[in-house]
Design a protein around this ligand. Sequence first.
Ligand code: MG
Length: 390
Amino acid sequence: MGARKKVVLLGATGSIGTSALKVIRQRSDRLELVGIAANQNAEALAAIAKEFSVPSVCLYDEDAYRSAKADELFPKSIELSCGSEGLCRLASHPDCDIALIAVVGTQGLLPALAAIEAGKTLAVASKEILVLAGKFIMEAAEKAGVRLLPVDSEHNALFQCLEGIPKPHVSRLVLTGSGGSFRDLPTEQLQTVSLEQALKHPNWDMGPKVTIDSATMANKGLEMIEAKWLFGMEPHQVDVVIHSQSIVHSMVECIDGSVIAQMSPPDMAFAIQHTLLYPDRGAAPAQRLDFSSPFTLDFRPPDLERYPCLSLARHAIKAGGGAPGIFNAANEIAVDAFVQERIKFVEIAKIVEKTLETIDNREPGTIDEVLEYDSQARAEAARNVSLFNL
Ligand code: MG
């Protein structure tokens, strides 16, 4: 048996984290978990540390960290840390080969940079890393000669499709999206949809934030921004199509009109395993596509009246500078307000639009400025939420 690849997993208790653990469990001959982090779920983290004999653990939340210490939840042999420093230490740990960053929000930004600067392969799952700091991350990765591997199913698909295609041969990237919970609902009924209805995704089993973002397609908007940075595309070269089955995960259209697609069942394990084993491949981590019984794939252009967040995202990409960050921050605040049932579903896009209008678009010059700008956008979005309060 060759040396196992050493994996650090930030966001081990989340939706992506859970799928990643499943892959690492199945491929324990090839992968070894050497570091894990979660926000505050100490019990879940302790169980993972025990199962995988993980030597380094970070509890981001300081109170959770203190009580875990007081309760001796982790054996003394485990290196326990907290906060952003703890995350950065794990991501750049001498024992780490690949850092998978799947934490919620902007907390993944500094650890992503720390991993790159330490020369670690970076597996990106947290959208904020590229949406907020794409310029800094791509520059740092190029400087350090570090490879970025996208975990999100769409970008992972594009990564696979683009292998072997010289960039001048690429005409555009086509991201697929399921269209979310309300893709077939008459648009006038969107005014009155409930939280419960919005949380029912037709194909994917994901966390609440991503499920709502999928219903508004703000998710696809964020993915367009990520794709632009990851693959060095112009804004007009990134497109979106609705594909109900979530089997084609994205496509690359070449200048000669040939379209290369990547297909697999809608299970994150495929993209995660591809990333963790890259450039190698392993046996299918879940049920394969079954061509022995008939199935249909359909595609249709997104209806921008149904999905105003998609137009807002396109506007933000074209505007550049800090606009993608404002889009992200305002959307997060608005979705949060919707999940708390403080605003209506259709008001999510209105809050994003208003926040994009009311903040001056500046280009942040440093990571600190990125984070500062993010806070400013959140505060402005929160003010806009109170205007729409039910
Ligand atoms: Mg996705």
